[in-house]
Ligand binder design. Structure first.
Ligand code: SF4
Length: 246
């Protein structure tokens, strides 16, 4: 057997650990394997301040990070902070982010959020979950991204479409809604790894575990994945039969 010099050094998998083992035993090993495979896994949005992170995350709803990164340089050059953004006209904000889906609603939310950050928090992005989700256009997922990346405090796990699919395929959860999946992931992993969980599942979902054609044969966690399709297994991320029938 030849060794690929570009292949990452992978952590050992205990001999008795299989795809049929319980999620509690598989989870930390899967995460270590993914961390070795994707050492560059981190948030893909460009930002330099907490305000920029908040805005970029708000803009990323139903838009790709690449698209968001295309519009934010001009947006942040024109409006670098909450104080400046609070004074922006809606027309100009819409013009700057016009290539993104839902840009009118996003422009409205970003400006109103800026005004509230100025009024309630002296222009500084709040650092509690409660204050963040009170801002328009800021759901728990956005707040988790901001808190984890900007303050290093992990209040939850970011659950997006990739995390949902991977967590279900890996059988870390049997739930189908983001809030319930988040609770299962928070129970399964220690708090200090919650940011890694999201970053690694998102990266693996983008690069390997595609929604339609997962590259199971090339997947670093194939031997621990109950949904591996290498030998014709079923995709565990599919909604349950009873729900599909409805
Ligand atoms: S084995 Fe296949 S389904 Fe499982 S995580 Fe890897 S790519 Fe996804």
């Amino acid at each position: 057997m030849t060794t690929d010099p570009a292949a990452p050094d992978l952590p050992d998998v205990p001999a008795d650990l299989t795809r049929d083992s319980g999620p509690t035993r598989r989870a930390p090993v899967v995460l270590d394997l993914l961390a070795a495979e994707h050492p560059d896994a981190e948030i893909a949005l460009d930002f330099t301040t907490t305000w920029e992170l908040l805005v970029a995350t708000m803009l990323s709803a139903q838009s790709t990070d690449v698209k968001v990164n295309e519009v934010t340089p001009a947006l942040f050059a024109a409006y670098p902070d909450a104080v400046a953004t609070a004074e922006a006209t809606l027309e100009h904000l819409e013009e700057l982010i016009g290539s993104l889906g839902l840009f009118r609603q996003k422009a409205k939310n970003v400006r109103r959020t800026a005004q509230l950050v100025v009024e309630r928090h002296d222009g500084e992005v709040p650092t509690t979950m409660e204050d963040l989700v009170a801002l328009p256009g800021v759901a728990r997922k956005t707040a988790n991204v901001v808190l984890s990346n900007a303050t290093g405090e992990h209040h939850g796990v970011v659950v997006d479409t990739h995390v949902t699919r991977l967590a279900r395929r890996l059988r870390f959860t049997r739930e189908e809604t983001a809030p319930r999946i988040e609770q299962d992931l928070m129970r399964l992993f220690p708090r200090e790894r919650w940011l890694d969980v999201a970053d690694l599942l998102i990266f693996h979902g983008r690069r390997v575990c595609d929604a339609r054609r997962p590259a199971c044969a090339d997947c670093v966690v194939e031997s621990l994945c109950p949904s591996s399709q290498v030998d014709g297994r079923t995709d565990k991320a599919r909604p349950s039969t009873s729900r599909r029938r409805r």
